[in-house]
Ligand binder design. Structure first.
Ligand SMILES: NC(=O)c1ccc[n+]([C@@H]2O[C@H](COP(=O)([O-])OP(=O)(O)OC[C@H]3O[C@@H](n4cnc5c(N)ncnc54)[C@H](OP(=O)(O)O)[C@@H]3O)[C@@H](O)[C@H]2O)c1
Length: 180
């Protein structure tokens, strides 16, 4: 079985929470984690952990197979344009955490030969307490299991229809959700 290598593109608040949760789970080795942001100085605290840090998104895509996009909506188009030619069928699964960008919009950059997932987690992922809602397009049962098992490491995960994703975003980010 192919080794899982995870690339987090846009390692800010949610990207870092996911990373911390993955590290805590000890299922994935640090050497199989690649993170990016433009200002990599902000990730200096990850130096000497074995995690690969780069500002080169294409390099992160080439090195990984689960590609998690964790940038803000206004950076999404630019990031996808920069990595689209590096995505390979049967190698890559694309997972977008970006709120408000739907699968139809993602498909403008990513062909149907690449499975696409949208996931709405929250920062409790860092302590294994996220409730992550997932929807997908053109993915096999095995690919769905792969993505759901990753987010189950970070808390609870559940598949929902894409039409419920906006509601899940609001519910997951509200104060009551954090209290619970
Ligand atoms: N925060 C949450 O709890 C949460 C939960 C679920 C979903 N989300 C969604 O996740 C997305 C990110 O939210 P956030 O709160 O984590 O925002 P954030 O803290 O601003 O993180 C976004 C990161 O993207 C990086 N970035 C921007 N352009 C880039 C590029 N071209 N290449 C590589 N990295 C780039 C930024 O760093 P540089 O400026 O250094 O590049 C920044 O660290 C949003 O769409 C949000 O809706 C957030």
């Amino acid at each position: 079985m192919k080794k899982t290598r995870i690339s987090i593109i846009g390692c800010g608040n949610i990207g870092l929470s996911i990373l911390q949760g993955i590290i805590k789970s000890v299922i994935i080795e640090e050497s199989d984690l690649i993170v990016t942001r433009r200002n990599t100085d902000e990730l200096d605290h990850l130096k000497n952990t074995g995690i690969r840090i780069t500002s080169d998104n294409a390099e992160a895509v080439r090195a990984g197979n689960l590609i998690i996009i964790a940038v803000k909506p206004y950076n999404f188009k630019n990031v996808l344009s920069g990595i689209r030619n590096h995505l390979q069928p049967r190698k890559h699964i694309l997972i977008s955490l970006t709120a408000g960008i739907n699968i139809a919009q993602i498909r403008k950059f990513v062909p149907v030969s690449i499975p696409v997932f949208r996931v709405m987690p929250n920062i409790s992922a860092s302590v294994g307490g996220s409730i992550s809602c997932i929807c997908y397009d053109h993915a096999s049962k095995r690919e769905c299991e792969k993505v759901s098992s990753l987010f189950t490491l970070l808390g609870t995960s559940m598949f929902i229809g894409e039409e419920l994703m906006d509601s899940a975003t609001i519910l997951g980010a509200c104060g009551i959700a954090y209290t619970f």
